[in-house]
Ligand binder design. Structure first.
Ligand code: FA5
Length: 349
């Protein structure tokens, strides 16, 4: 029989596509294929060998069929493993966004930058000298306790004292005075601060933004006007602001700046305007007002420490918390939610 098995198997092994496999099937099993040609040759076979010849060609046909089917399965399986439908829509990745505190900081910066304030940043790990001494709080002064600081376990510097995680951005006041050497100064210093605090409105790591303005003839009206401008831009025209007398070592006179609470609508009671119905106090403000931070006229000794003559120049400063601002703006009553890392909370903003 004129059939070369080795040749067929060789061709079969080379096949990589279903189209080529079909061509091979036609070559062997098609109407004019090799098998049919072998069958046609039956007329030339002696009568007593015809039956055996016929069986042999039929067996061959079945075997070729089986081998072709097997190859077809192999190719199909390979194709489905490799198949890539370019028309399917892509996987949707979760969308990220800036942390609400980052957005708030950028908003605050842009409000002050529009007024001509220059954004600066100073070391997060600071010397006591800048955090306290230059701010009228010499070594051992009790006012230092208010800043419940974390000290760094590093050798003390003879002139600058111990290292501390900045407890407030006021440590940038002296640095900015030394940097510019001479007024006018319009600084907005936004930085991380650290204190040993942990409750609904205090976190151990938080931000502050510090405004400092020093020039000739600067007075309290400039301070009030600037804070009011900020409050109206950031919180909206209907939120109230008030300055309350206070004490800071580095300003004289000093104030606490309050903003009316958004949660109780400035009433101080849980049920807001229905205070007659429920006497429970607002959990966040307890009085209708929430403290944004401190402010005041820069103390003459602080100007002197920065190389500025207090007889020639005056200035004001304030230090507020962006977290507090955001909480008051949106009615968030727990600062720790902002730093808890719970994406379900954060993605609302
Ligand atoms: C100060 O830190 C002064 N340096 C502010 C200042 C600057 C006064 C310039 C005068 C002139 P105080 O400790 O009150 O002040 O903090 C200011 C604000 O920072 C607070 O009102 C609050 O908004 C925020 N803040 C303070 N501690 C925390 C804390 N642990 N977590 C979150 N925010 C805080």
């Amino acid at each position: 029989m004129n059939y070369d098995e080795k040749k067929f198997l060789g061709k079969l092994a080379q096949i990589e596509t279903l189209v080529d496999l079909e061509d091979l099937r036609i070559e062997y099993l098609g109407r004019n294929g090799i098998i049919n040609q072998l069958l046609k040759k039956i007329v030339e076979i002696p009568p007593d060998e015809k039956k055996g010849y016929g069986v042999e060609v039929n067996n061959l046909k079945n075997r070729i069929n089986q081998l072709l089917d097997k190859k077809k399965n192999t190719l199909n399986n390979r194709m489905s493993a490799e198949f890539f439908d370019k028309t399917l829509p892509g996987k949707e990745y979760p969308k990220g966004s800036l942390h609400p505190i980052s957005t708030t900081i950028e908003q605050i910066a842009s409000i002050f930058q529009k007024l001509g304030f220059i954004r600066v940043s100073y070391p997060e790990i600071e010397w006591e000298h800048f955090a306290f001494e230059t701010l009228n709080m010499p070594k051992g002064h009790p006012a230092r306790d208010d800043f419940e600081s974390f000290f760094v376990d590093e050798p003390e510097d003879k002139e600058r004292g111990r290292m501390v995680l900045t407890p407030h951005t006021s440590s940038g006041q002296n640095r900015e005075m030394l940097r510019l050497k001479k007024p006018p100064i319009r600084m907005i210093n936004i930085a991380k601060c650290y204190r040993r605090n942990w409750d609904a409105t205090h976190a151990p790591m938080f931000y502050q933004f510090e405004g400092l303005c020093v020039d000739k003839n600067i007075n309290i009206t400039h301070l009030k006007g600037t804070i009011e401008y900020f409050a109206k831009k950031f919180f909206g025209p209907d939120r109230q602001i008030r300055l309350r007398p206070h004490h800071f070592q580095f300003t004289e006179p000093s104030f606490e700046t309050d903003i009316s609470c958004n949660i109780c609508k400035g009433t101080g009671f849980v049920n807001g305007l229905n205070k007659k119905m429920d006497k429970a106090k607002c959990r966040v403000c307890k009085s209708g007002w929430l403290e944004l931070g401190g402010s005041g006229m820069v103390h003459p000794s602080v100007l002197k420490a920065g190389g500025i003559d207090p007889n020639e120049y005056t200035g004001w400063a304030f230090g507020f918390g962006p977290e507090r601002c955001l909480m008051m703006k949106l009615g968030i009553d727990e600062i720790r939610d902002l730093y808890g890392g719970d994406i379900r909370f954060l993605e609302q903003f």
